[in-house]
Design a protein around this ligand. Sequence first.
Ligand code: NAX
Ligand code: K
Length: 515
Amino acid sequence: MISAYTGTQIRAAEEPLLAAGMGAVLMQRASYGLANAIVHELQARGRRLYGASVAVLAGKGNNGGDGLFAASFLAARGMRTTAVLTAGAAHTEALAAFQRAGGRVHFLSDANASRLAAEMARADVVIDAVLGTGAQGGLRGAAAALVASLADVRQTSGGPELMVACDIPSGVDADTGEAHAPVLSADLTVTFGAAKVGLLADPGADYAGRVHVVPIGIEAELPWPALRRLQPPDLLRLLPQPGRRAHKYSRGVLGVVAGSADYPGAAVLACRGALAAGVGMVRYLGPPEVAHLVRQSCPEVVCSAGEVADTHVQAWLVGSGMGPSDSHQLQRAHDAVESGLPVIADAGALPALPDVLGPQVVLTPHAGELAALLKRLGADYERSAVEVNTLGAVRHAAALTEATVLLKGATTLVASPFQDFYSQADGTPWLATAGSGDVLAGIIGALLAQVGPDVGRFRDAGIDPDERWAAIAAMGASLHGLAGTAAAGGGPLSAGRIAEYLPEVWSRLVTPPDV
Ligand SMILES: NC(=O)C1=CN([C@@H]2O[C@H](COP(=O)(O)OP(=O)(O)OC[C@H]3O[C@@H](n4cnc5c(N)ncnc54)[C@H](O)[C@@H]3O)[C@@H](O)[C@H]2O)[C@@H](O)CC1
Ligand SMILES: [K+]
């Protein structure tokens, strides 16, 4: 499990160590870790360190100090070092160390910003150390001009080979992941003490590249994380495993209310996702023509035209492939939510449910659907407003609906109404394909149906059993991403193949390939 913290939490964790006079030690650990990460990255790329060039964009705060100290370590390994001081001043000891190690210093001004950008673009490595957790908003003035022009040069004519963000890409909000343009896109972010929330939420994650955490000794002071990310060992620990005496009913039955005359395939894909994710049985309720197609494609599914009240299940999936005119299906979706059972509510069900739900109801909107949901509940959001602050939007929706809300995207965010957050990014852009969300709904539905009353495994993994719904949604997103990545194999993908690959991905989690 990766734990991420807000900038404020990190600064509070540093406080006792700073009060004990350890500020310089923390900075040495951070900057040494940054230099080492750059050395490893260059070595992994087969690059010689000696004679390679590194340029630091250094702000006046401690983030700039980290960058300058790191460059002085790199100078000791034979790298040629240049710094651009973006604020006319710099951390005193770090600048002195940088100059002692032979680094060249430029002072940024409006007049030289584009010339310095062109010079920095010729470096092998650029360290972005303008703003860290102490940032208020984004880059301004000459620093913004320098970064905009460097980003431009990089996009048009390439170079520098390696862009490294010190702690966080400057301009990304460590607490939310909002990005105040211009922001340099890093290949690697070396972050100190622990991951920052803003590195694991879009759009910040777009700029972070690979995230490497350098421990600096504040770990014991860290509070409960603001956001978490499940990793394969967590899935292994949390996924249901059938007992020896299990039967199909004890394994969990999922009721599916999905599909319509216009979108019958959504019901099929949702059922395939559910079957692939280990549910004991799927019962489909819906129009006869959709049921016919479901039977043809998934003979395992038990189909009927019955009602929710007469259908014995452990969880419901509602909404995939349904529209506003599917009144009977929408009534069933409503009844499923009213049953108090765990429900995954997708697509067409989202506009039709009661305003206030419960944590056992998992809503799975994409950005546009989330904006519409928030608007319906009186919050003023457009799709673009969701996209610039995904974490803020998903938090807001969970607070208003009192449901668990999963926002689909390159990074999938899950918010519980108890303000517990997960971020999963196990997928591939190839997953952005029609029907992919229907399969995700099926997977989450299957996990909800299988969770059962034995929730000790959640407690053992540091998850409050009452808040397990958000973890289950995150597990579903992770499985969906892993299966999609495996199915795509680097190339295109159609949604049905996500379900085809899921059992193999699951079994690889249980039995890693080297065992
Ligand atoms: N506090 C600590 O003990 C440690 C901090 N570390 C580093 O310190 C960073 C935080 O340092 P600071 O608190 O000095 O803050 P930053 O280095 O993030 O920058 C804040 C400085 O820039 C100014 N500033 C804020 N927003 C600005 C903007 N939009 N445009 C221009 N200037 C702006 C502030 O007035 C302040 O002087 C971390 O990100 C990390 O890199 C590490 O060295 C580890 C130890
Ligand atoms: K930075």
